[in-house]
Write a protein that binds this ligand. Sequence first.
Ligand SMILES: NC(=O)c1ccc[n+]([C@@H]2O[C@H](COP(=O)([O-])OP(=O)(O)OC[C@H]3O[C@@H](n4cnc5c(N)ncnc54)[C@H](OP(=O)(O)O)[C@@H]3O)[C@@H](O)[C@H]2O)c1
Length: 349
Amino acid sequence: MCQCDIMAFVDIGPLRCSSKRKVGACSVDVCPVGQSRRPQRGRNVNRESSFSVSGWPCATRPHKELLRVQAGGGTGPNDPELEAQLSLGCIGGGNMAWAILSGLVSNKVIPAQSIFVCDRNEKKLQQYKDLGIQVVGSVRELSKCSAVLLAVKPYAAANALSELSPDCRALVISVCAGLRLETLQGMLSPQCPARLARVMPNTPCLVGQGASAYALGPSATAQDSEVVQLLFRAISVIVKVEESMLDAVTGLSGSGPAFVLMFIEALADGGVQNGLRRDTAQVLAAQLVYGTAKMVMDNPDTHVAELRNRVESPGGTTVAGTAALEKDAFRAAVQSAVRAATLRSKELA
Ligand SMILES: NC(=O)c1ccc[n+]([C@@H]2O[C@H](COP(=O)([O-])OP(=O)(O)OC[C@H]3O[C@@H](n4cnc5c(N)ncnc54)[C@H](OP(=O)(O)O)[C@@H]3O)[C@@H](O)[C@H]2O)c1
């Protein structure tokens, strides 16, 4: 049985809308990409996009909506209600903070003057000032924000959170790998009734094409969930899961960029072995992966195996290649990699 509660951001045609549906044992919440979710209270949404999947085990059937997701999908009308209320503080101004905050400003999700950042390193802060983001001198000054993003290395989290004022009422959103919600709660002052969210982003967030998943703490509200979605969909696909699933997310999309890079490298090596120049082979391999992923995202109703079968002509070159991959246990190797990374994530937590 599928345990996931999937929150997908999807372009579902001219009427871009948001809705929640049951998919087998999964609840799928659909919302446009690169746009804010407008509150849909009491409104009946796009009927055309509704579907029934009874009889399909959730784990084996591709999620149509989820596959329609395009990360970092441009600008769109924002949710004025949520936007007006939101002030975002950010502890740490490193790589992940820059990806998220610059994505928010460039996609016009939140005005730069409603974003505040604090970092120990003055040099890192200039780029934020250049965008119009407010720079503050201490973490404590972020305590009045409605949401605070914790974007420091995991070992620095306890110290950073202890600097928040005890009367901080913010939603605290951590991107720190491996730090559980319970651990984060313990790092906050006992007087601080913070609501918590934990997000697992990945490195392609840095180029606006990430894959992220989040889990909410017990006191977090539905509006907190919307805030997390609003912040991350500017740079990634964002999926809601139970916290227990975040290790599997870490093993798949968190660690996955390294697996895909290794695949690209191996493809390029194969090209070089057959006489291509290294730079030519690398660009062909990278575009191959990028374009094939787009085919999957653009064909949400088609299983990836069917897409593959379409390019395997009987007796042709491609099937000779895929047969070689099967012989060398390619699938088993990839599954082992995800499993090993998931186990390691559990060990580290
Ligand atoms: N980068 C990724 O692709 C990625 C992917 C998934 C998850 N994450 C998570 O994202 C988090 C941030 O990663 P990152 O790569 O952005 O790290 P980073 O580049 O090292 O940025 C963290 C920044 O926070 C500063 N800092 C630390 N403690 C502070 C404090 N108390 N007050 C103010 N500033 C403070 C650090 O300063 P100092 O350098 O002086 O300590 C550093 O400039 C990590 O927990 C990581 O697990 C990152």
